[in-house]
Design a protein around this ligand. Structure first.
Ligand code: GLU
Length: 419
């Protein structure tokens, strides 16, 4: 691989985190080799008809990174920037995320290179159904279980589940999670990732003898993760001093009314024109004075270039891979604590696990039960990772990877290598 390619590779960056953590564990070279290779990468062509009758062909991916601890698990992303490299990195992160919270899944991720904002509902349905049909043999409740990610939602999951069910000629709610409640979704799933961000932020603050009350927080990204996290953080007493989406940032020292921002974004399909704060750029949002910064948009937002200007003392990663390894070192050297993605945003996949379990039982839990179990899992694993970070004098990220890698390696050794 040339240096230029290596530099832009998201997967290449992700592997660096793995290597840093693996260096603290005594794992054999063979195990390390297995875990730094994706099990399976699938590329499919998705021909579909535009509303004007024209036929287009998009490209879709599904990467099943690892199956050691259970079926592959992870979302499907619809975004113009989707590449095989990005999907592989995201599937890699899912592997460690599922192991970090100790749920019985491997890691996977899918994506279609497209811009859902310029496609009609009918076009999105046709793309989703053809994509699902192309993956029929390799997904399933015991094989690989997709879920929503950037650009997809419960409706996308409903189309996917229906298409899969038609092909296998029986209703299969457990093939995807993040479904609407009416067809086997779980209560609390839509809010789960944002709720998890709030819970781990509170857990980290508790170790500093602080609470959310009075914390000034900036949230980058106002999709399913950022908007819910901002709302719940505010509900628990924090002041949201900055928010942003693709159209730009909004800054208000006195606090943004998150509920009205959510209502505005729903009505206008973005925050563009929102008057609840002074208009700034997306880049400025990351550098606002605050106590806590929650990057909840896309990967590679905090880089070697801007990390020195971050003013928060705590970064909680709502997105997957928002901090490059270079930025991570800058933040660490500046004494800024980072709660890593594979722990901070694991609330979503944790409730996906609950949904999958409920679908298999055919028995559904109350929302309070879902939220309580989510809190239990996140707090328990946060505590273990926090203690390891203190005991081994490593960052929370390294401690999370160490915990996850150790769990996967133990399972891998017991299963053995089939060769
Ligand atoms: N896309 C979400 C994530 O990155 C959820 C995955 C899932 O629920 O399977 O964690």
């Amino acid at each position: 691989m040339s240096t230029a390619v290596r530099e832009v590779s998201v997967f290449g960056d992700a592997i660096q985190y793995f290597n840093e953590a693996a260096a603290n564990l005594e794992i054999e070279e063979g195990m390390r080799r297995i875990l730094t290779h994706p099990s399976r990468q699938v590329i499919v062509s998705i021909p579909f008809q535009r509303d004007n009758g024209e036929i287009e062909v998009y490209t879709g991916y599904r990467v099943q990174y690892n199956f050691t601890r259970g079926p592959a698990k992870g979302g499907i992303r619809y975004h113009p920037g989707v590449t095989l490299d990005e999907v592989t990195a995201l599937a890699f992160w899912m592997t460690w995320k599922c192991a970090t919270v100790d749920i019985p899944f491997g890691g996977g991720k899918g994506g279609v290179t497209c811009d859902p904002n310029v496609l009609s509902l009918g076009e999105l349905e046709r793309i989703t159904r053809r994509y699902a049909a192309e993956l029929v043999e390799i997904v399933g409740p015991d094989k690989d279980v997709p879920a929503p990610d950037v650009g997809t939602n419960p409706q996308t999951m409903a189309w996917f589940m229906d298409t899969y069910s038609m092909h296998v000629r029986q209703s299969m709610p457990g093939v995807v999670t993040g479904k609407p409640l009416e067809i086997g979704g779980s209560r609390g799933r839509v809010e789960a990732t944002g709720r998890g961000v709030m819970l781990v932020t509170a857990a980290q603050l508790a170790t500093e003898k602080r609470t959310l009350k009075g914390q000034r927080i900036v949230v980058q990204g106002f999709g399913n993760v950022g908007s819910v996290a901002a709302m719940l953080l505010q509900e628990h007493g924090a002041t949201i001093v900055g928010i942003s989406d693709v159209t730009g940032g909004y800054h208000n020292e006195k606090g943004i009314d998150v509920k009205s921002a959510i209502a505005y974004a729903q009505e206008h399909h973005s925050l563009d024109g929102f008057r609840g704060g002074e208009r700034i750029s997306n880049a400025q949002t990351l550098e606002l004075p605050c106590d806590i910064l929650v990057p909840a948009a896309l990967e590679k937002q905090l880089t070697g270039e801007n990390a020195a200007r971050v003013q928060a003392r705590l970064v909680v990663e709502g997105a997957n891979g928002p901090t490059t390894p270079e930025a991570d070192h800058v933040l660490h050297s500046r004494g800024i604590t980072v709660v890593p993605d594979i722990l901070a945003n694991a609330g979503g996949v944790t409730v996906s696990y609950f949904e999958w379990a409920q679908d298999r039982m055919g028995y559904f839990w109350k929302e309070s039960e879902v939220n309580e179990r989510l809190k239990d899992i996140l707090e328990h694993n946060f505590e273990a990772i926090h203690s390891m970070s203190k005991a081994r004098n490593v960052t929370l990220r390294t401690a999370a990877y160490m915990t996850a890698i150790d769990r996967v390696v133990k399972s891998l050794k017991i299963r053995g290598v089939y060769a």
